[in-house]
Design a protein around this ligand. Sequence first.
Ligand SMILES: C[S@@+](CC[C@H](N)C(=O)[O-])C[C@H]1O[C@@H](n2cnc3c(N)ncnc32)[C@H](O)[C@@H]1O
Length: 324
Amino acid sequence: MFAEKIELILEHLWAETANFTAVESMYDEPALFGVTDGKAVSTYFEHKFTFHLMERYRFGAGNSANGIDLLSLNVDIKVTSIRQPQSSCPDKSALQKIYGLGYHLIVFVYEKTDDPDARTGRLNMLHTIFVDKHRTADFQMTRGLRQIIENDGNADDIVAFIQDKNLPVDEIEARNIVEAVLHEPPLQGYLTISNALQWRARLSHRRAPWTAWNGCADDGRRKEQNVLQFGDFQTSLDLARDVCAVLTRRGISPGAIVEPTCGQGAFLQAAAEHFTAARHMLGVEINAAHVMDARLRLKNAARVEQDDFFSVDWDALLASDPGP
Ligand SMILES: C[S@@+](CC[C@H](N)C(=O)[O-])C[C@H]1O[C@@H](n2cnc3c(N)ncnc32)[C@H](O)[C@@H]1O
């Protein structure tokens, strides 16, 4: 009797990724002996991993037309050798360098060794990286644009920057990008995407402590731990707006707003839009990357402090932030 399969969700995927790579790294495969073609290795690994998931879970698999392997989770699987960690985007648009690929990535990075005596090949899995779809933009491009916005740069500064970076866009596209960036500054991306729209994950990033990386941990287990330990689920701006709209309809109109674990600030932004009588808004968040995102999106609308909820001197903090 087979156990009933359960619906695959991201948390299962992170756990299975960790289990699978640990086993695969010890496994000697005769079919891999002498294989040097990266595409063949990647197909072998992807099929085996997908089959491993299919035995245990229900999920919608993608196809070659949409190019996304785990369609129901909006996750694409990439398997690359440490020697050539490159892949091309299935969907090509310059905007992806700024706002990301539109889907999450699981990147498996391996080093292959052959055993000539046993005539087997082994994939030593060096890294498994989960990159949240919001973090799949180009590192340098998003960093530069975010700095321009932080330094009160204007449309001309953004046009000059994207020209400088040789982003392949015409004048109209450039103007659209400027408007989008001014309206919604991009989140910091963690891929390196060339103008030919080939990308690779930044494996040697210096700012790699996983607690500071929303959705972009340097292995699946850490991401899972981040979610479990810090409850790191960010509310979407749409949902936060709906919640604030309901409260506004009920006549709620606060004079001051405090959010003790504000994350990337979706609720503070929605509150700023709806509660126009609120004179003061204060957010506290432990994760440095979230604090930066919240500050960028909120500008002067709210004060956001990086701190631990449990060690904040709330009396002093609230006293330093004048009430209504
Ligand atoms: C469920 S998320 C909610 C974020 C935000 N309020 C929202 O709705 O989008 C919880 C947030 O609390 C933060 N957090 C966890 N422990 C914290 C602590 N001790 N002090 C401050 N923030 C913390 C996490 O980093 C995460 O961003």
